[in-house]
Write a protein that binds this ligand. Structure first.
Ligand SMILES: Cc1cc2nc3c(=O)[nH]c(=O)nc-3n(C[C@H](O)[C@H](O)[C@H](O)COP(=O)(O)OP(=O)(O)OC[C@H]3O[C@@H](n4cnc5c(N)ncnc54)[C@H](O)[C@@H]3O)c2cc1C
Length: 154
């Protein structure tokens, strides 16, 4: 019995077309290329009594933000604070969801912007000076707080 190869989550062996904007030159290796897709998501609301989602279960951001572990810890700390400040578990979960749902969405949005600027539209890094790299980074982070630049002015 023949079995199809296992598929890795987020990997699509069938989609072999080159990234947009790139074309294959004559004589180039025309063997199908594997393309790996990166998935991200954020639930609209991180808790609804009696359910609560934390860490990656609530939102998975792209690797560019390098923030998944920190976010998981912040979720846990927020739950602790919410439980201490609330008179019932349901109230604590609503408090938690009010604080953490927008943060999950913000990080996913940041990862998408960074992915677009750094991977999908890869800049010509060698041709850029420090000021241009700085300007590009600020544009990618526009409207967000960043561990690199603090509060970014619009
Ligand atoms: C390759 C890689 C590099 C990364 N680099 C960074 C980085 O540099 N900085 C950063 O901030 N983040 C990074 N992350 C993301 C970070 O690891 C995650 O965002 C973070 O670990 C999420 O924490 P979590 O507690 O939600 O989930 P996890 O850490 O995945 O913990 C979930 C736990 O639940 C257990 N589990 C699953 N199913 C069951 C079950 N049915 N019963 C009992 N237990 C179960 C799992 O074994 C696991 O121990 C990286 C992730 C990957 C994959």
């Amino acid at each position: 019995m023949s079995r199809s190869p296992p598929r890795t989550c987020g990997t699509s062996p069938q989609s072999a077309s080159p990234p947009s904007g790139r074309t294959s030159s004559p004589g180039a290796n025309t063997a199908p290329r594997r393309s790996t897709r990166v998935a991200d998501f954020a639930v609209p609301r991180a808790a609804e009594p009696p359910f609560l989602l934390a860490g990656d279960a609530a939102s998975v951001t792209r690797p560019h933000t390098a923030s998944g572990a920190v976010k998981a810890l912040q979720d846990a700390l927020c739950l602790e604070r919410s439980l201490q400040a609330s008179s019932s578990a349901a109230e604590a979960l609503h408090r938690y969801a009010d604080e953490r749902s927008p943060e999950g969405a913000r990080l996913v949005g940041l990862g998408r912007r960074l992915g677009r600027e750094l991977v999908e539209n890869t800049p010509d890094w060698p041709a850029m000076g420090p000021a241009e790299v700085d300007a590009l980074s600020r544009a990618a982070l526009n409207g967000t707080r960043s561990y690199l630049y603090g509060s970014v002015q619009r």
